[in-house]
Design a binder for this molecule. Structure first.
Ligand SMILES: Nc1ncnc2c1ncn2[C@@H]1O[C@H](COP(=O)(O)OP(=O)(O)O)[C@@H](O)[C@H]1O
Ligand SMILES: [Mg+2]
Length: 416
C-alpha cells in the first residue's frame, strides 16, 4: 500500500487527493478566534461606556459634597444643617481630601488608613494619596463668602479619585480579556491534542491490522515453499530461491508494520552495517546510473535503534532521493559521530531539491508533489526517529536543482 514497498506503486490504488482526513481544521480555529475577538472588543466598548457614566456620576457627587460644605460654612445656625451633614456622610465610596487655601489637609474621607499607624505615618500616607489625586482630577473649589457682604474670605479645595468600584470596573474588561485568551488557548491545545491522539490511533491501528492480516497468508506461503522445495520438477530451477527472497521481504514488511504498532525495543546496532544492508537491497532495484556512496568515520559506530524500523527510514529517504534525481545521480550517505554522544547520518542526493516554501511541509502526512505519491514516507520516518528513537530528522540543506541533504540524529551507543 505504500509506494516504498515496491518500486512501482500499485496501479489500482490511486492516491487520495491531498488526503482530506488529515487536513487541518483551520476554518474552525479562525471562527473561534474571530468570535472571541468580537466578544472581547464589545465587552471593552460597553464597559467603557459604563465607566464614563460612573465617572460623571462620581464627579457630580463630589460637586454636591463641595456645595454642602460651602453651605454648612456660611450658615452654621441653619435648620437644614442635617441635610448637608447627610450629604457629607452619605459619601461612603469616593476617596476625598479637603485642603485649605494654604494647601494643608484639613480632613479626609474613605481613604484606607490602618488605625494602628502613628500620626506621622498617617500624614505621610495622606500626602501620598493627595499627590495621586492631584494627578487624576482637577479639584473642586469651595468658596467661603460672608453671607451679608458677599465678600470672599477663604477658599478650600476638594480633591478626589475614583471609587474602588470604578477602579474595578476599569480593570474588569482586561481581566475578562485575559480569561478569554487563556480559555481559547487551552481549547486550542485540547483540540490539537485530541486530534493528534486520534491520528495516532489511526496510524497504530492500521499498522497493527496490516501486520495481522499479512501474517496468515505469509505462514501459508512459507509452508507451500517447503512443499515446492521437494518437488522434483521445480527443484534446481532457481524458482524456489526467488520465491524465498520475496517471502523474506514480505516478512520484513510484516515485521515493520507490527513494530510500528507497538513500542519497539531498541538495541545497540552497527549503523554502518544496517545502512549497507539497505543499500545492497536497493542498488539492484534502481537505475544503474544511480550511484550509492556510503562514508563512515568508523565501521563500528553503534547506536540504539530498532533495526527493521531504522532500515525502513533509510529506505524511505533513499527512495525519495532516487525520485528526486530522475534517472541518474549520486546518493551519498555519511555516518558521523557528533559531540555529546550523538550519531549523525546525512543522506544527500543530487536531485531537484525542495523549494524553500515546502521545507516545513515535507514531514506532514499527506504532503506530496508526486503524481503517485502518498506523502507518508517522511511522516513515517519522522515518527520512527522522533517517537521511537528520541532522535531528530530534518532537512539539513536543500538547493533547487542541485540537491538535498536530510540529517538523522541518534543517541550513540559507542563503538563496537
Ligand atoms: N530528497 C528529496 N528531494 C526533493 N524533494 C523531496 C525529497 N524528499 C522528499 N521530498 C519532497 O517531500 C515530499 C514528501 O515525501 P514523502 O513523505 O516521502 O512522500 P512521497 O514520496 O509519497 O511524495 C515529496 O513529494 C517531495 O516533494
Ligand atoms: Mg517518499
Amino acid at each position: 500500500m505504500f509506494t516504498l514497498l515496491s518500486n512501482q506503486p500499485p496501479v489500482a490504488m490511486k492516491p487520495l487527493p491531498s488526503m482530506e482526513f488529515y487536513k487541518d481544521n483551520t476554518n474552525l480555529k479562525w471562527i473561534i478566534l474571530v468570535v472571541s475577538s468580537i466578544i472581547s472588543i464589545s465587552s471593552i466598548y460597553y464597559t467603557n461606556i459604563l465607566v464614563g457614566q460612573l465617572k460623571e456620576r462620581e464627579r457630580n457627587q463630589v460637586n454636591l459634597l463641595a456645595k454642602a460644605l460651602e453651605y454648612a460654612s456660611t450658615d452654621n445656625q441653619n435648620e437644614f444643617l442635617f441635610i448637608t451633614e447627610e450629604i457629607i456622610n452619605k459619601n461612603k465610596s469616593i476617596p476625598v481630601i479637603l485642603v485649605d487655601d494654604k494647601g494643608i489637609i484639613t480632613s479626609s474621607n474613605n481613604i484606607d488608613l490602618d488605625s494602628n499607624l502613628s500620626k506621622s505615618k498617617k500624614d505621610a500616607l495622606l500626602q501620598l494619596a493627595l499627590a495621586s489625586m492631584k494627578n487624576t482630577y482637577p479639584p473642586i473649589e469651595i468658596i467661603f463668602k460672608d453671607p451679608v457682604t458677599n465678600i470672599i474670605y477663604g477658599k478650600n479645595f476638594v480633591y478626589y479619585k475614583n471609587s474602588s468600584l470604578l477602579t474595578q470596573l476599569i480593570a474588569y474588561p482586561y481581566i475578562q480579556l485575559s480569561v478569554i485568551t487563556i480559555f481559547v488557548f487551552i481549547s486550542f491545545l485540547a483540540f490539537n491534542y485530541s486530534k493528534a491522539s486520534e491520528q495516532n490511533r489511526v496510524w497504530v491501528g492500521l499498522a497493527k491490522e496490516t501486520a495481522h492480516q499479512l501474517g496468515t497468508p505469509l505462514s501459508s506461503l512459507m509452508a507451500w515453499i517447503e512443499v515446492l522445495r521437494d518437488d522434483p520438477e521445480i527443484k534446481n530451477k532457481g524458482i524456489v530461491e526467488e520465491l524465498d527472497k520475496d517471502i523474506r521481504k514480505l516478512r520484513i514488511v510484516t515485521e515493520r508494520f507490527s513494530s510500528i504498532g507497538s513500542k519497539p525495543v531498541l538495541k545497540s546496532e552497527n549503523i554502518y552495517m544496517l545502512i549497507s544492508n539497505v543499500v545492497s537491497y536497493l542498488q539492484p532495484r534502481v537505475s544503474s546510473k544511480i550511484n550509492f556512496e556510503v562514508y563512515t568515520l568508523s565501521e563500528t559506530i553503534l547506536a540504539h535503534v530498532h533495526a527493521p524500523l531504522f532500515e525502513w527510514v533509510i529506505e524511505n529517504l533513499c527512495k525519495n532521493a532516487v525520485d528526486s534525481m530522475g534517472n541518474s545521480g549520486t546518493i551519498a550517505i555519511k555516518i558521523l559521530r557528533g559531540n555529546e554522544d550523538r550519531v549523525f547520518i546525512d543522506i544527500s542526493d543530487t536531485g531537484k531539491g525542495i523549494p524553500k516554501s515546502n521545507i516545513t511541509s515535507v514531514f506532514k502526512p499527506g504532503f506530496t508533489t508526486k503524481k503517485r505519491g502518498w506523502g507518508l514516507g517522511l511522516a513515517l520516518a519522522k515518527r520512527i526517529i522522533e517517537m521511537y528513537h528520541e532522535g531528530k530528522i530534518f532537512v539539513k540543506s536543500s538547493e533547487e536543482n542541485s540537491g538535498t541533504t536530510f540529517r538523522i540524529e541518534l543517541k550513540s551507543a559507542g563503538l563496537a
